[in-house]
Design a protein around this ligand. Structure first.
Ligand SMILES: Nc1nc2c(ncn2[C@@H]2O[C@H](COP(=O)(O)OP(=O)(O)OP(=O)(O)O)[C@@H](O)[C@H]2O)c(=O)[nH]1
Ligand SMILES: [Mg+2]
Length: 317
């Protein structure tokens, strides 16, 4: 896991330096707090979360008598980890066989790449995977998924028809007939403002539901799609929040994948996501995986403490 931790840390360098640099001075004063506020908002932690974090930090300084910036830094890391822990979650691979996973998101968010990496991760968990080329919109999309399939030795269900609902319907039947553990359906990128495309996404979801309702060898498959995952580009910062709300409203999300956390200065957005849906009483969506690069191994489950460590770092970081 050491390799992952250093990649995560490397990836978050641009977010980290702006925050961590502030703790190199000798005193805890209002200037430190002002600068911290600017740095956290700059990292896309969001105004509300930043205000909460800093209030909690002031309280801890008082309560625990923290004296040095290094102690404050540790306390901040802890507060951040506690908040991020609300987003920890995992894909329950044993919820169904096949587990049907639908992947959605805006154009270029990293859906297809994440599916390729996820197939690799699942193979490591000794799961049999099948992919469905549900992006029938972009010309090269099928080929792109096929390449990821080849890399992983995983089959890709595709059709020459332009109907994504038909493709995923077929794929569910194939997965059920072949005793596949996890079926992942790719979809075309779309903006929440493109209402016809959001309707299409609902249609793809219904096709997955319908395909599960057809008896295969006398069996039904309850609850498909079991996961509806939104892929978010981590470099988009606060814009991620609007995407979560729109896609959640349209199809009912079960989890998130955050990509491109390498090289972004906006890695703080995960903290902002952690307070989403609080007013609805539902709690935040679980962050299932995070991506920090373009290689197969660059997608891993989200662990709040690890992330806070990579972001705020320990003294030598
Ligand atoms: N650096 C970095 N690049 C990534 C990551 N994930 C995806 N990418 C890159 O982002 C670009 C878009 O990725 P795709 O997987 O094609 O995105 P998509 O959401 O499927 O795009 P559309 O299907 O066109 O909507 C590619 O160049 C990927 O290599 C990541 O974690 N880090
Ligand atoms: Mg794609």
């Amino acid at each position: 896991m050491a390799g992952w931790m250093s990649r995560l840390k490397d990836g978050l360098t641009r977010t980290r330096v702006n925050i961590v640099g502030l703790f190199s001075g000798g005193v805890i004063d209002d200037t430190l707090f002002d600068e911290l506020e600017i740095a956290l908002i700059g990292a896309d932690v969001g105004v509300a979360t930043t205000t909460e974090l800093l209030a909690a930090l002031r309280a801890r300084i008082k309560l625990n008598g923290l004296k040095t910036p290094a102690e404050v830094r540790e306390a901040l890391k802890d507060e951040l980890a506690t908040r991020l822990a609300a987003c920890e979650g995992h894909m329950n691979l044993d919820a169904a066989k096949p587990l049907v996973v639908m992947v959605a998101g805006v154009n270029g968010a990293g859906k297809t790449t994440s599916i390729g990496k996820l197939a690799h991760w699942l193979a490591d968990q000794r799961k049999r995977v099948l992919l469905a080329a549900g992006d029938t919109f972009r010309a090269a999309a099928r080929e792109q998924l096929a390449v990821w399939g080849q890399r992983n030795g995983v089959e890709v269900i595709q059709q020459s028809s332009g109907d994504p609902a038909a493709v995923v319907f077929d794929a569910v039947q194939a997965a059920r007939a072949r005793g596949i553990d996890v079926l992942i359906a790719d979809t075309a990128g779309r903006l929440p403002t493109q209402l016809h495309l959001m309707d299409e996404l609902k249609r793809i979801k219904r096709a997955l539901q319908k395909a599960a309702d057809v008896p295969v060898q006398g069996q039904l498959l309850a609850g498909a799609p079991h996961e509806i995952v939104l892929v978010l580009d981590g470099t988009n910062g606060q814009n991620a929040l609007a995407q979560v709300r729109a896609f959640d409203e349209a199809v009912g999300l079960t989890g998130l994948i955050i990509t491109k956390l390498d090289g972004t200065a906006k890695g703080g957005v995960l903290a902002a996501l952690a307070r989403e849906r609080r007013s609805a009483g539902k709690g935040p969506l679980p962050i299932l995986f995070i991506g920090v690069g373009e290689k197969l191994e660059d997608l891993q489950p989200f662990v709040a403490r690890e992330f806070a460590e990579a972001l705020i770092g320990s003294a030598e970081g």
